[in-house]
Ligand binder design. Structure first.
Ligand code: NI
Length: 179
């Protein structure tokens, strides 16, 4: 497994829609292994291919990771990889969770999303699966699927707040002092 560099705002690749995976093969499984390695090392609870500059529709997640961290204990890892994920149902009830993103380091905001979703995807063996998600996992899946469409969680903020975040990262990328 190889840790890969994570791209950050304002890299324009983050806005590029990812292309569907046509074949689940060994090369794809290596990519998935590398994505897990990169995500756990960061550390983070979700990562999309495009975040390591591979704009293909693959996401990895482990929603148990954060709770282990918060409780200060060791929770067993629950790695989940989804290929060509598609959210096929969304519950009516909205829930707010604090979100962050490995591509927008050190910025967090409460985002409201459906609290329950159903996602259809291929697993690492190429088998079609469907999973109902709620709580933090529902948020993570929606956040990662957004990445595949070139969407970021800051897009849910007011324009003023979003522009402020983007400006800060543009400045930092230019090496200018960040206020
Ligand atoms: Ni993200």
């Amino acid at each position: 497994m190889t840790k890969r560099p994570i791209i950050t705002l304002p890299d324009p690749l983050l806005r590029k829609p990812s292309t569907p995976v046509e074949r689940v093969d060994e090369e794809l499984r290596i990519l998935i292994d590398d994505m897990f390695e990169t995500m756990y090392d960061a550390p983070g609870i979700g990562l999309a291919g495009v975040q390591i500059a591979v704009p293909r529709r693959v996401i990895v997640m482990d929603a148990s990771y954060r709770s282990a961290d918060e409780e200060g204990g060791e929770a067993p890892k629950e790695p989940i990889a989804m290929i060509n994920p598609e959210i096929v149902a969304r519950g009516d009830e909205l829930r707010a969770h604090e979100e962050g993103c490995l591509s927008i380091p050190e910025f967090y905001a409460e985002i409201e999303r459906p609290g329950q979703i159903t996602v259809r995807y291929l697993d690492a063996e190429g088998k079609q699966r469907e999973r109902e998600c709620e709580g933090i996992l529902a948020t993570v899946v929606q956040h990662e699927v957004d990445h595949l469409d070139g969407k970021l969680f800051i897009d849910y903020l007011s324009r003023l707040k979003r522009d402020r975040v983007i400006k800060k990262f543009v400045k930092a990328a230019k090496g200018e002092p960040v206020a």
